[in-house]
Design a protein around this ligand. Structure first.
Ligand code: G3I
Length: 315
């Protein structure tokens, strides 16, 4: 196989990419590459609450619809991202409390999940609910307004709205065994016991040379709960400008993550968080870092591309 898509198809796994509505609309080369190299799409922003329900009850699905249509036209699946997050949620939601907040959450999940029932294979139901300190719950307006029970409510609502979609809990810095992934593990156990969870999404926004040595073992403990695992937002950031040695190290990091997913039968796939280095969120949030993806800005392939292709059995 000479494409990521061909290789991943051979393993019966997803090789996904986060896509931008604007680029899919306006850039034919980007469009062609997304269709050729990937069998799964995630909307980088278009399915988030601020994009889909900017004001109470006023739903705007133009961008999300276009991405789902594109996926169907090209025989790709869609991993939905995301219902409940503390970012990119409009202030009208954040200003609610108690029953009104819970009602808005339930209504939003019902509306979006129902719209894409049968067309979106899996959902990140909740995103980033654990904080970065000692595995405490994230102190978000969700937690403050509704208590920890909002997580169960979100999953119950999503399960009822689309019983056939796989439901994921998604977070970053949980690739290795640490306090944060331990907390996710505890939450996951509780949801599994209620039949509400199908998988755990490991975002994997990684720093060059820092794939955790215990990543495979950590994913395995979630598999042992009966769950799928998925690499949902993979990128590997480098201090820019990146030299040839760093690009080779990056390739090795990508190879390792793709190998782990290839080795685990219950790993549903790997999604990279963008196409070209210049499309990435990284430099905006981590000044001085960048070059985190598989393709250069002219869409030529980086060493990391070939490493992922080989890890998936292609080349
Ligand atoms: O749409 C507006 C546009 O109208 C405006 O002119 C422009 C000016 O800043 O901003 C545009 O919105 C930006 C949006 O991306 C769409 O491009 C926001 O400012 C920007 O903050 C937003 O960033 C996104 C970020 O999530 C927000 O937290 C990134 O694209 C997206 O890659 C990133 O993705 C997250 C995952 O959802 C969750 N995990 C972490 C990951 C990386 O932060």
């Amino acid at each position: 196989q000479t494409t990521l898509r061909g290789a991943a198809d051979g393993l019966n796994k997803d090789i996904g990419v986060a896509v931008s509505y604007n680029l899919l609309q306006n850039n034919a080369q980007y469009r062609n590459l997304v269709a050729t190299e990937f069998n799964s799409l995630t909307a980088e922003n278009a399915m988030k609450w601020d994009a889909t329900e900017p004001s109470d009850g006023n739903y705007t699905f133009t961008q999300a619809d276009a991405i789902v249509d594109f996926a169907e036209d090209n025989g790709q699946s869609v991993h939905g991202h995301t219902f409940v997050w503390h970012q990119q949620t409009p202030s009208w939601v954040q200003n609610l409390s108690g029953t009104a907040l819970q009602t808005a959450m339930i209504e939003h999940i019902n509306t979006v999940a129902n719209r894409y029932e049968g067309r979106v294979a899996s959902w990140d139901v909740v995103n980033e609910v654990v904080s970065d300190s000692n595995g405490a719950m994230r102190d978000s307006f969700w937690l403050r307004g509704l208590g920890e029970g909002y997580i169960t409510t979100a999953f119950q609502t999503a399960r009822a709205a689309d019983p056939n979609a796989d439901l994921y809990i998604n977070d970053y810095s949980i690739e290795g065994d640490n306090a944060k992934s331990d907390r996710i593990y505890t939450i996951a156990q509780g949801l599994v016991n209620q039949g509400l969870l199908d998988g755990v999404g490991f975002q994997a926004h990684l720093i060059l040379g820092q794939v955790p040595g215990d990543m495979e073992a950590n994913l395995q403990r979630f598999v042992d709960l009966g769950l799928k695992v998925r690499i949902t937002e993979l990128d590997v950031r480098i201090q820019t400008p990146a030299d040839a040695g760093e690009l080779q190290q990056q390739a090795n990091d990508y190879r390792r993550v793709a190998e782990i997913c290839a080795e685990l039968a219950d790993c549903s796939g790997v999604t990279v968080w963008g196409v070209r280095d210049g499309d990435s969120w990284v430099p905006g949030v981590f000044p001085g870092y960048g070059a985190p993806l598989l393709f250069n800005d002219d869409l030529s392939k980086k060493p990391a591309y070939n490493a992922v292709l080989e890890a998936l059995g292609g080349g």
